[in-house]
Design a protein around this ligand. Sequence first.
Ligand code: SAM
Length: 204
Amino acid sequence: MAFTYFFRDLQTLELICGHVIPDLHAKPEIKIWDAGCAMGPEPYTLAMLLRDRMDQLDFQKVKIQATDIDGSDLFDKIIFAAEYPREQVQRIPTEIFAKYFIKLENRDYYRLTDEIRGAVIFQKHNLLTLNSIGKDFGLILCKNVLLHFNEQERIDVIRMFHDSLIEGGYLAMEQTQKLPVELENRFEPVVSNARIYRKRIDQG
Ligand SMILES: C[S@@+](CC[C@H](N)C(=O)[O-])C[C@H]1O[C@@H](n2cnc3c(N)ncnc32)[C@H](O)[C@@H]1O
């Protein structure tokens, strides 16, 4: 199973909520690609944080396309069911947990509400094919995935992300992932304390 957990790297997710989403807010749809989402804690954490800050109508504009190569062939079922055992949901702040999880009657599992589940769609996808899953994303989140690739693969995948973003769209990676120098002219850093970059508007 891939290593992941709810509320991982909350700092980056909070900065996304504070700096990225307000910039995309006026758009009719807020399209997000979570690339390498594992079994769902990351895209669902983002969905809960966004719902907490948005009203119901605005939240309906949020579409998170979550993808993973899914070597276990299980992630689609887990993400669709959105049911997680007690030990995986223990880190979630109490107030958020109470709002967005429902205890299952017959098992020590907790299911996300339909509203949060509905914001996330999973699709199996191998980033190294370099075929994008779509265009016009406002935000691409790719955390703790690129470190598994070699330098040229990282450059190629980030270039593919660049082509998949709207002008001025955002790319977020984990704190330790640097933008390759070859691509520095395509993105500008947004904050000093996280790896969040904005696609430069004057670049193709
Ligand atoms: C450590 S997990 C990161 C999960 C989540 N992004 C996080 O930060 O908590 C890495 C994920 O990358 C996925 N992955 C590895 N190679 C991939 C590829 N070529 N295409 C898509 N996903 C890949 C793995 O299946 C795994 O789920």
